[in-house]
Design a protein around this ligand. Sequence first.
Ligand code: PLP
Length: 343
Amino acid sequence: LFAAEAEKFAQLPDVDKIIKLSSNENPHGPSPMARKQMMEAVNGSNRYPWDVTTKLREEIAALTGHTKEHIVMGAGSSELLGLVAVWAALKKGNAVAPDPTFRLWMPAARKTGLDIKLVPLTDKKMTDLQRMKEAMNDQTKLVYICNPNNPTGTVLPAKELEAFIKDIAPKAIILLDEAYTEFSSEPSMAHLVNDYPNLVIAKTFSKIYGMAGARVGYALAHPTTIKQLNELQPWANAGASAVSLAGALAALKDKTFIDFCKKENALARSIFCKALDKAGIPYIPSETSFIYFDTSNFGKDVKAMLEAKGIVGARTFEEGTKWLRISVGTQDEMKKAAAALLS
Ligand code: PLP
């Protein structure tokens, strides 16, 4: 898609560089420390990287007060979302998920037999926990929650989410996708995994750590659950390359870079939000690396306006509406996006 888009935009006379605001990638990463370790790890790529995998699992676990037996590694968190969906499908039944949300795991879930019930968000675009509960029945094997939710950016308060988990986890697997938690003021639910073997938390190095192309993700769950997920992997924990794992290990420790990314993301985000305010376009206050806004009363085609300036990625996730999601790039990129919007 991007190859085709890049070709299209290369034709425009006043555009020398495409700005990609499509997949909520971190425009700053990987961290300098991660880059250095990745380059060095190239030389050791003839060996399987078990030592690095184990170290990474230990380091991740230590951050949340767990053990490496609580961690399963994957090639990006999407591998693990799919794995959990298949694990749930083996139990035969249905899944409940908000709509819209991150859907990448759904085709595999459906193919393996899970019937997915989609529950609309509230009118404030919040995940509707009450309606999700009501949509469940005794055949519900999986409940998916993305917090903060993609594409809306809405965040469930920790108290509400924790109460939901305590209520539901005894009955069904809860797959909690925390891809953007590091950008948010609400905490991770990692402290609950020991009490609820049905709770699986998916995390990624693709967002705040700036390593989407390196493909490293993990899931955190009770060791009995991790064992079952490992059995569904052809080779447990072996999805990511030696180079990517070395980068992830370094990235995890580079606090300065993580803080920088969080701050830069907030500044860049506010540049575009101010432009939305100026244009009178309502949006969801965001604690993520993307912004969800409603262009239905704007009267102009924002996607086309941005594309005319070589800015790609604004798109809709709710058919029949004019809500768009745009990823947050650098401050400079968001200034260009803001200018395009107000042009
Ligand atoms: N979960 C959410 C909510 C996402 O937005 C994404 C990517 O955009 C992913 C998971 C997948 O990330 P990855 O497979 O790169 O770890």
